[in-house]
Write a protein that binds this ligand. Structure first.
Ligand code: FES
Length: 143
């Protein structure tokens, strides 16, 4: 194989590689809601459990559900909120800044308020909000 044949072969290979990568959905993977919030959410949080300790730590103030679909946060007012954890933009888990009462996506810096409303950044929509009912030291989260 001479140099010309090699370059022709390589050029064809690169073209075929790009073409095959796009057959799986180039252009079609961008929908208006690429990362919807989970539905059928139903779980409880025992506020006395060791796994809930970050909720009462001002440095964190949040935990994720076992499946990381939901972020549960404690506000400075002492109430709890539960929102969709995967950012609607590309799915990176948001985190909570208790002092500012904001949810932040570390990927492209989308910022959401306590209700999940987009304050800034590229998120195409708000974070889905879930219902939180506190009974004693237990939180029941549904939605
Ligand atoms: S993935 Fe969250 S802002 Fe892009």
């Amino acid at each position: 194989m001479n140099r010309k044949e090699f370059l022709q072969l390589f050029g064809l290979g690169a073209t075929a590689l790009v073409a095959s990568a796009c057959l799986g959905g180039c252009g079609s993977s961008k929908s208006s809601d690429p990362v919807p919030g989970a539905s059928g959410v139903d779980f409880t949080v025992d506020l006395t459990a060791a796994t809930s300790a970050p909720l009462n730590n001002a440095a964190t103030g949040y935990i994720y559900s076992p499946t990381r679909d939901v972020i549960v946060a404690k506000t400075t007012a002492g109430t709890y909120v539960a929102l969709q954890a995967p950012c609607p933009h590309e799915g990176t888990s948001v985190y909570f800044t208790q002092g500012q009462g904001r949810f932040v996506c570390p990927n492209h810096n989308a910022i959401f308020d306590l209700t999940g409303t987009v304050l800034s950044g590229p998120s195409p929509r708000a974070l889905k909000q879930y219902t939180v009912v506190q009974t004693g030291t237990s939180l029941h989260i549904t939605g």
